[in-house]
Design a protein around this ligand. Structure first.
Ligand code: 5AD
Ligand code: FES
Length: 345
């Protein structure tokens, strides 16, 4: 039996088998077979529903210095901003009126947002919109802080591990950031009862097929509820400004593989994918994704949350994006729904 059929029948494989699988990314027949299977599985669990998450990028201050990231501490040419609690609540109200039932609070690792301030924010949002899910994406924090935020009303947490290989991790991050702490954070979040999202960039500098096999191996063991993957895109103020962007084709291949590996996973067609290909998000949905994360941040701050160059929807108000997305989603035979969109049990 070939490796594709073997994977479809028994998705839990060895590292060496995942390597053989990844080698098939350039084989059009294999890609097609995986895509059909991924779409079948997505429909089995989620029908043609697409869940939307309202992304609120509430601070671009960051104490970290990840080599690939546009909001890294050492990027001095960036205008830094923090939204006030009132501004954040306004974004939520706007999002609620547009049909969002999940809010994602994403930011750099900003020490101004202490545990107390974050708890107060989460509690206020939870009280104001008790029918909405709250997702946090604010990086590595002590387990006790994760616990306090959960207690305040947070439901989910996104923390991309970025790469499952320790030395690759160390090549993408400065000393002081540790692979083992990141992995420990994911374990802590899981133990506290969060729905947990992991993820990585496709085509990040130095990534090879062995690394990608490791990603799949890691996902098959950790089994996150959500997996965020998107192509690496160079940012002009980073050391990787001349590096090539990750490939659309590899991203789509991996989306299909991840849908088959983790059938119920919440899998976004990411903004990065929509940035390197004008139809990237539509293609992502057809490859097995079932989530889209439009931006609810105030337009005037959007341009300052540039993790990478040429990010889409920079000047678009949320209402406009939603109308645009409704059409895009419909064009691939799916529908955006007004729903929290929890992981199906
Ligand atoms: N290209 C693509 N994705 C990036 N991210 C950060 N910088 C880049 C880049 N240059 C991703 C990281 C991070 C997420 C919020 O954005 O994976 O976890
Ligand atoms: Fe933002 Fe199309 S999704 S303008």
């Amino acid at each position: 039996m070939n490796i594709i059929e073997q994977f479809i029948n028994h998705p839990d494989m060895s590292l060496m088998e995942y390597e053989l699988l990844v080698e098939q990314a350039g084989n059009p027949e294999a890609v097609k077979r995986l895509q059909e299977e991924a779409l079948r599985i997505r429909r089995q669990y989620y029908g043609d529903k697409v869940y939307i998450r309202g992304l609120i990028e509430f601070t671009n201050y960051c104490k970290n210095n990840c080599y690939y990231c546009g909001i890294r501490r050492d990027n001095k040419s960036l205008q830094r901003y923090r939204l006030t609690k009132e501004q954040i609540m306004e974004c939520c109200q706007n999002g609620y009126d547009l049909g969002f039932r999940t809010f994602v609070f994403q930011g750099g690792e900003d020490p101004w947002f202490t545990e107390d301030r974050m708890v107060s924010l989460v509690r206020s949002v939870h009280e104001a919109w008790p029918d909405c899910a709250i997702t946090l994406s604010v990086g590595e924090l002590p387990k006790e802080t994760y616990r306090a935020l959960k207690k305040a009303g947070a439901d989910r947490y996104l923390l991309r591990h970025e790469t499952a290989d320790k030395s690759h991790y160390e090549s993408l991050h400065p000393e002081g950031m540790s692979f083992s702490n990141r992995m420990q954070c994911l374990q802590n979040l899981r133990a506290l009862g969060y729905q947990v999202g992991a993820g990585f960039m496709v085509g990040s500098p130095g990534q090879n097929k062995f690394h990608l096999a490791k990603e799949l191996y890691f996902l098959s063991h950790f089994k996150p509820d959500m997996v965020g993957i998107g192509p690496f895109i160079p940012h002009h103020k980073t050391r990787y400004k001349e590096e090539p962007a990750g490939a659309v084709s590899m991203t789509l291949f991996l989306l299909s593989v991840i849908r088959i590996l983790l059938p119920k996973v919440l899998l976004p067609a990411t903004t990065a994918l929509g940035t390197i290909d004008p139809y990237g998000r539509e293609k992502g949905l057809l490859a097995g994704a079932n989530v889209i994360m439009p931006n609810l941040s105030p337009e005037k701050y959007r341009k300052n949350y540039a993790l990478y160059d040429n990010k889409i929807c920079m000047g678009e108000e949320a209402a406009k994006c939603i109308r645009c997305l409704e059409k895009r989603v419909a064009s691939v035979g799916a529908q955006i729904v007004v729903d929290r969109g929890d992981v199906c049990k």
